[in-house]
Design a protein around this ligand. Structure first.
Ligand SMILES: [Zn+2]
Length: 212
């Protein structure tokens, strides 16, 4: 499994075999490192046999992909579903999707935002929890964030870390060097946010003094 992904990264093969891509998508413990390499590899791993890019949640739990923002009704519990666009997947039999693939920038064929799916895939593959009572450590296993919870968490992560989703990928860097680059980016971005917040706070203090 690892070898076929490495061959793909080295350019000695153009595709990771379909059954391996499917295993990486649906079995958390299979090649977890592969989720943090590049946007291009993650997109390839999320590509189905028919060439559709589909998030694992849609692939496992909502194959028909009916729940999305354009399909909500007034009775729907939420108007923002975490899947902002309609599904345009092609199954090889039922004709051509209504939207031509590639027209929707930053959106997978299942209708989900690329950045939500990439970061969630990274979390799911790499994350683990350790019980403070039993000492048992385990990953997400078969548990998934639903689409809406995923969208909330991605936005919160971006705000708190000062990073963009693209910053999780290490590309060709050594993992330790990639960590240094990511932390430097994070500190610089947070420093800029701190400078802005301090400036705003000083302005606010000046204004409130003028009131007295
Ligand atoms: Zn999706």
């Amino acid at each position: 499994m690892n070898r076929s992904i490495e061959d793909y990264l080295e350019g000695s093969t153009k595709t990771v075999p379909f059954k391996y891509r499917r295993a990486v998508r649906h079995l958390q413990e299979v090649s977890p490192w592969s989720a943090g390499i590049s946007e291009e590899l993650t997109m390839h791993l999320l590509t189905t046999k028919f060439g559709n890019t589909v998030c694992p949640q849609h692939g496992e739990r909502d194959k028909s992909g009916t729940l999305c923002d354009p399909n909500v009704t007034e009775e729907s519990p939420y108007q923002v579903t975490g899947t902002p666009y309609e599904r345009v997947v092609f199954n090889g039999k039922k004709g051509i999707p209504s939207v031509t693939k590639g027209e929707r920038n930053g959106v997978l064929d299942c209708g989900c935002m690329e950045e939500d799916v990439f970061l969630d895939f990274f979390w799911w593959k790499m994350g683990s929890l350790k019980s403070p009572s039993s000492g048992v450590r385990e990953g997400w296993k078969s548990q998934r964030l639903d689409h809406r919870a995923r969208a909330f968490m991605v936005r919160e992560w971006k705000f708190r870390t000062g990073l963009e989703v693209a910053d999780i990928f290490r590309h060709n860097y050594h993992p330790l060097e990639a960590n240094v680059i990511r932390l430097t980016t994070q500190i610089n971005n947070l420093r800029r946010s701190l400078d802005k917040a301090e400036m705003k706070w000083k302005e606010e203090q000046k204004l409130s003094k003028r009131l007295y």
